[in-house]
Design a protein around this ligand. Structure first.
Ligand SMILES: *Cc1c(COP(=O)(O)O)cnc(C)c1O
Length: 384
């Protein structure tokens, strides 16, 4: 089976994890801070807070921005359920903004329209969470302008997009957002096993992210009511969680980050090869926009001819031991969201995208003969 994505672990990664395992700390040791510094540097952000997953980091980010009951968070329907679930954890409501027909990211036009209506109804979102689908940034400058105009906060779900850039600057530098979240799940660009990170330039938000990451407990005198009872003293000032990353995970993540650039360069080579091999009369290939550099987590092709045709092509590829996937089923299709009142068809562009999407294999160690096999099988499946 050729999977749709997989990690690439080398000797240096193994050595880093072995060192962590034989050190004094398996968790809350020095390696988490080292990994945080590396990611802050890659992202061009002042602060980074590691977590045990991007899902946890999204939850921490929403809590740090004060999302709670009575608030609304908007995101793209074409994302993993975690982006919106984390808002439900906060007791907030969720709503979906339809996607752009070219990039398949959250559409700025749909966002504008929805904001005008929401303002009229007094139902403006507290947070908008754009998702950088496949590793290509959403239109952050325009989203940032709307954030100022309408007074919402912005959390970038950059789970696919560590190492990507937008208008010449790294994704995560916070020019157009409050907090950016990355994932280090093994199918993503670099991995820590499970793991995620939230980055921000705001020192107060960073402090709040850390609080929610670790039980809401602090030893920082500035955050305490400060009845200092002795050197053992700490205070719980928020209802936080245990979302901490271990030193074992951080060792792997920090070691992997040394190869981030080469991983992304290799992903672009693979995409170039697919672009060249795939017959664009049969299958449409993803668009790489010229003003931003994708980290190419996924290579999503579009099959024309509707959902039945897509299913037939998908099954043809799986039948040939090619581990294709679909990213994503619109979140509001999920039974849990249907029970919240959403209906299939809610976002027409997302429906259109979903009915044709197939993610074909994309990972650094994918070989050219494997790519040829994938594309030949794809062409046969579309013609058959
Ligand atoms: C992978 C992913 C997540 C969740 O990441 P975990 O680290 O697995 O919790 C969230 N959002 C998107 C868009 C993702 O792809």
């Amino acid at each position: 089976m050729i999977p749709y994505g997989r990690q690439d672990i080398d000797e240096a990664d193994l050595a880093a994890v072995r060192d962590a395992l034989s050190s004094d700390f398996l968790t809350q040791g020095p390696r988490v801070g080292i990994f945080e510094d590396k990611i802050a540097q890659v992202a061009g952000a002042k602060h980074a807070v590691a977590a045990n997953s991007a899902t946890s980091a999204l939850h921490m980010a929403y809590l740090a921005l004060g999302l709670g009951p009575g608030d609304i968070l908007w995101t793209s329907p074409i994302t993993f359920v975690a982006t919106s679930n984390a808002a439900l954890y906060c007791g907030a409501e969720v709503d979906f903004v339809d996607i752009d027909p070219v990039s398949f990211n959250l559409s700025v036009d749909s966002l504008k329209q929805k904001l005008v209506e929401a303002e009229r109804e007094g139902k403006l979102p507290k947070i908008v969470a754009p998702v950088h689908l496949t590793g290509q940034s959403a239109d952050m400058r325009e989203i940032g302008e709307l954030a100022r105009e309408y007074g919402f906060r912005v959390v970038e779900d950059a789970s696919h997009a560590i190492g990507a850039s937008y208008l010449g600057e790294p994704v995560g530098n916070g020019r157009y957002s409050d907090i950016t979240v990355f994932s280090f799940h093994p199918v993503k660009i670099i991995t820590s096993g499970e793991g995620g990170m939230a980055v921000t330039n705001d020192p107060e938000l960073a402090q709040r992210l850390r609080l929610f990451c670790s039980h809401g407990v602090t030893r920082d005198a500035d955050l305490m009511e400060a009845r200092d009872e002795g050197p053992w003293y700490y205070e719980q000032v928020e209802l936080g969680y245990n979302y901490r990353m271990t030193d074992i995970q951080a060792a792997l993540g920090a070691s992997q980050s040394a190869r981030l650039e080469s991983f992304i360069a290799r992903r672009h080579e693979i995409a170039d090869t697919y672009d060249r091999l795939i017959d664009s009369n049969l299958v449409s290939t993803p668009v790489r926009l010229p003003d931003r550099h994708s980290s190419l987590h996924l290579y999503v092709v579009q099959i024309a001819g509707g959902a039945e045709k897509r299913r037939q092509v998908f099954e043809g590829l799986r039948g040939a031991q090619i581990g294709v996937n679909v990213h994503y089923i619109p979140v509001y299709h999920q039974p849990y969201y249907r029970k919240l009142g959403f209906e299939i068809g809610y976002c027409p562009m997302a429906e259109e995208y979903y009915s044709g999407a197939i993610s074909i294999p994309m990972y650094p160690t994918l070989q050219e003969d494997e790519q040829t096999f994938v594309v030949d099988t794809l062409h046969r499946a579309v013609n058959g």
